[in-house]
Design a binder for this molecule. Sequence first.
Ligand code: BGC
Length: 762
Amino acid sequence: MDEIRVSRRAALMGAGAVMAWVASPARALLQAVGEVPVPANVERLIGQMTLEEKAGQLSLMPSAWGGGAALSLNPASAGPNFQQQVEEARRGQLTGVFNGNGATMAKILQTAAVRESRLKIPLIFAADVIHGHRTIFPVPLAEVASFEPDLARRTAEAAAFEAAGAGIDWTFSPMVDIARDQRWGRGVEGGGEDVLLGKIFAAARVHGFQGTDLKSTERVLSCIKHFAAYGGAESGLDYNVVDVSERTLREIYLQPYKAGVDAGALSVMASFNELSGVPATGNHWLQTEVLRGEWGFKGFVVSDYTGDEEMIAGGFAKDGRDAARIAFLAGVDMSMTSGLYRKYLPELVRGGAVPQAQLDQSVRRVLALKAMLGLFDDPFRRIDVKRESARSMLPKTRALARESGRKSIVLLKNDGDLLPLPRSGKRIAIIGPFASGLHDLVGPWVVYGDDAKSVDLATGVRNAIADKNSLLIAQGSNVEEPLAGGIEAAVTAARQADVVLLAIGESQGMSGEAQSRTEIVVPAPQQALAEAVAATGKPIVVILKHGRALAIEGAVANAQAILATWFLGTETGNSIADVLFGAYSPSGRLPASFPLRSGQQPYYYAHKPTGRPNPGKTLEPYKAHFRGIPNAALYPFGHGLTYGKIDYAGLALSAQAFPRNGEISVSATITNRGKYAAEEVVQLYTHQRTASITRPVRELKAFRKITLAPGQSETVRFTLRAADLAFVGRDNKWTTEPGAFDVWIAPSAESDGVHGQFELTA
Ligand code: BGC
């Protein structure tokens, strides 16, 4: 029997292996990291620096060397060439660069800074290491589907190992923005729609990147982004206005950032969006009062790309000088890309618009972090050209990519137990734009990874089947355009096959930054392909590729089996084949709900009730539903099947009521009645029936991933305390209120599982 205590602290840190962190000495060390010691040499330097050199320490620039996809991941900047950038390093005009390429570049720049600049202050090298450096892991959203925070810790650790080996000190990761509107393309970089999962994965990733010693040449400084509520963009349009109540901000959006800060993250990136009328980059309440005042954050805040300058177009700053002043006074210590700080901060200080002491404080924070990273002891500690290749794409890292890939896959449907497939005896056709070819494997937001070094679906399947030559492959369609003759060839292949693997969905350019969609569907030419293939009557396994939850319809939704496979990275094909042929029984669960239709967005399971709820799925007049469909998910948050047959029974409560200073335990017995071993993600949800602030219809409070052999049962017990039932009250402070609660232990957010009720008393 397993017991989980879900105190607020535990909820923050999560179940399973991450729980171990809470108690471990390593965790204690991490808390110490939250205090940034300021070495004597830093104070000495501040005493010697000119205003221009101080502003330089607060100016981060895109690397002029560039590399990988770096240059195409952001709007072009009219920056200097590399030689001019080396000169800027010599003159102390730079704190560091980001998204450059490798130890060779870093060595040239660092040499200029520490040998030829007046004060010899080392540079810091940053990069977007979002889901792997050279070895690419599943996109962050996919990895959350594993419901295994320790997996995220391990992949972040492995990414840090490769990145630190390539001269990188600092990653702009994890992105922890809660995303409840699937039209928004950047949900792919985050932790999904749920607060608890968002918190747990934020903390796990920070631990993975930073470890317990920032001086380690295997670790990097992490950056929580984008602060705050970037994922709340109106209509899911990237960069758009966010207008949420302070209560929703505190109870939902701020939670994962806070968890990341509590886990020891020592840098935070301000978001592009405005928040209820005030841009985050110019928001003193957010960047200073909440972040530093309430949360005790001791690191530094960096703007996002040209976020300070963008306040001009956003109607909040008159010009560049004004933008620099507003951002800096709000609490943004460092400016990325715009160059506004180095251009205007010296004169703003001289003119008295910016206090000298505040400038010194920001410089102190940045230099203290450079010291913590060990850069004053040895500026070249992460810069070693030989080490870079010696650490790149090692077999153990690729094995981790394969493991994280298969654990990220969600089996949405498996009618007639079509899966797993036998390794021989069946002719397989792989059809669709993602059937084969070294493209769309690594996924969005990859600077250094390479599709060409990845495993495509056809190769993965071929590796797994007995008769390597029996595979039929047909592209059928382009991603967003028809392919001449494609459907005919695909139908011919389907007719010759016993089973079709239909590899369709989004390309990697269709999600990520600036990739909002109005219709979150399989693009029309691929839908037409699916309809034509389905008309052959052959059994179909849909293998979806996607950076968001999709609204699937027609032949896609009606296929016998559907796998949500996201973008799985370097080992894509092998990970999918592991699941297809039963080497691994799928264990992923949706971190974002698949709605019935696009028009439901934003749709998320933890929505509020209305005064006219529509009971069940049958539509009743004058109730809250759309014309023709209920406001429910096709596949809700938490859903995912296994190759076992899992049933839930015997909900038991330790009491009918418990006081605020007490606790209650809730248990259920989970049984695998199937013939395959399975991993089940057992989920605990609650709902407070009446309160002074209306409560969501369900909220995830805890989960546990268990393994069950065929025929095995396990009783899973959770312990709830009053703090687990807290919410942000009318005064915008956390509170609990006595009252009646529903409780479910269930396999998803919208399944019945087993249900009970209890009272929280005064
Ligand atoms: C993104 C950030 C990223 C930065 C640097 C911005 O456009 O919003 O997430 O870290 O660019 O590449």
